[in-house]
Design a protein around this ligand. Structure first.
Ligand SMILES: O=P(O)(O)OC[C@H]1O[C@H](O[C@H]2O[C@H](CO)[C@@H](O)[C@H](O)[C@H]2O)[C@H](O)[C@@H](O)[C@@H]1O
Length: 374
């Protein structure tokens, strides 16, 4: 039996009645959900057809909201109309290009230790249809390698930590996988490495069996949706719909939501054409950033300058933490205006690479200058 609270307009009394609808295989009956306004005995009389219609409308509205949000999460076409162009200009005023503001950024970091946090997909690698082929370029890898020589550097990703490591393949970095729920310090070669084997932190270990179970169930239940692809990110899951026909999005969202009904300890969020499932624990990329700063010995320091670069909704948690701390800043990678707590913007991964290269170059020159003076 499933129960659902609904509000039904009663044509006899003219009142809105709050009721609970109980649906079993053979019957539908109702009881008052709250204090019944005018229904003797807590029961009201309503036709089965009318009730089913009502349930459909309520459930349908929720799914439609999800589908709208799925569409908005990564627009396929960038519109160019006068009002869109105006929005774009006003957004750029509030989130100027980090490349154009480079000098100001450097000035703000003077005397402080810059610590770099980099998201992976859409930040270091371009967004592609097949998540298993989201490779970063050799040039980007070389740039991140140089960056890590001058600044402590962490990759913070929604992906499973091992998978993102296999894409980046730089042992000298910190890695925070599964949206920050799985953190590991540098394996070797970093002067910023702390302690013996480096930090290891897993925020959601007890969820592993549940995540595996839900993954299997989702793979099975989405078999009939061409293009849908599940990714097991160890402490969280992704259901990709980038290659699913838009007409099937609503059905896919329904399947995912119906599976999750049985798992109240998991929640559903959205990224770029991906539904993300993760534990309801209070841990996100923002918490991972704080944890890493602490591990690096910068917990209560005023002379640290964290810079977080990311393109997705989950990166907003980290942008917010930086705003709240009043330290460093966030850079959103986006070609279109988005609601964000980041301070600056870059349009795409190639611009991210240009920005990182400038940082490396600036630091290299600063080092040379210092050694000349000495
Ligand atoms: O935090 P991130 O590193 O940005 O991870 C978020 C999701 O990234 C990946 O999906 C995204 O990139 C794919 C490859 O370009 C693209 O096909 C997909 O549409 C994007 O959503 C990753 O595959 C997901 O598991 C992550 O949740």
């Amino acid at each position: 039996m499933t129960n659902q609270n609904v509000v039904v307009a009663d044509s006899n009394s003219g009142l809105n009645l709050a009721i609970t609808v109980h649906v079993t295989n053979s019957s539908i009956f109702t009881t008052a959900a709250q204090k019944p306004p005018a229904a003797p005995g807590g029961y009201i009389s309503i036709s089965r057809k009318k009730l089913l219609k009502n349930l459909e409308i309520n459930g349908g509205a929720r799914i439609n909201a999800w589908v709208d949000s799925m569409r908005a999460s990564s627009p396929t076409h960038i519109k160019s109309t006068p009002s869109v162009n105006e929005d774009q200009s006003s957004w750029i005023v509030h989130h100027p290009s980090a490349l154009e503001m480079f000098e100001q950024i450097i000035d703000a970091s003077k005397g402080k230790q810059i610590v770099m946090f980099l998201d992976y997909d859409g930040t270091l690698s371009p967004i592609v249809d097949d998540p298993d082929k989201a490779f970063m370029s050799k040039q980007m890898r070389a740039t991140v390698r140089k960056l890590a020589r001058f600044f402590p550097t962490a990759i913070v990703s929604g992906r499973c930590r091992d998978k993102v490591y296999n894409f980046v393949r730089l042992a000298e970095l910190y890695y925070a996988g599964s949206h920050g729920m799985d953190i590991k310090g540098p394996a070797k070669g970093s002067k910023y490495k702390k302690g013996g084997d480096g930090v290891v932190f897993q925020a959601a270990s007890e969820f592993l069996p549940m995540i595996d179970e839900v993954y299997e169930e989702l793979v099975e239940k989405t078999k009939t949706t061409p293009g849908a692809k599940e990714e097991n990110n160890k402490f969280c899951l992704s259901v990709h719909y980038r290659c699913v026909d838009e007409k099937k999005w609503s059905g896919l969202a329904q399947v995912v939501k119906s599976v999750l009904k049985e798992y109240p300890k998991l929640r559903l969020t959205q990224g770029r054409k991906v539904l993300e499932i993760r534990p309801t624990i209070k841990w996100d990329k923002g918490k991972a950033l704080e944890f890493l700063l602490e591990s690096l010995g910068f917990a209560n320091c005023t002379d640290v300058f964290p810079v977080y670069i990311g393109d997705d909704r989950t990166d907003e948690d980290a942008f917010k933490v930086l705003r709240e701390r009043g330290q460093g800043f966030g850079i959103l990678v986006s070609k279109i205006p988005k609601d964000t707590s980041a301070s600056y913007s870059l349009q795409e991964p190639t611009q991210v690479m240009d920005f990182l290269r400038r940082l490396v170059e600036w630091k290299r020159l600063a080092f040379q200058g210092r050694s000349r003076v000495v």
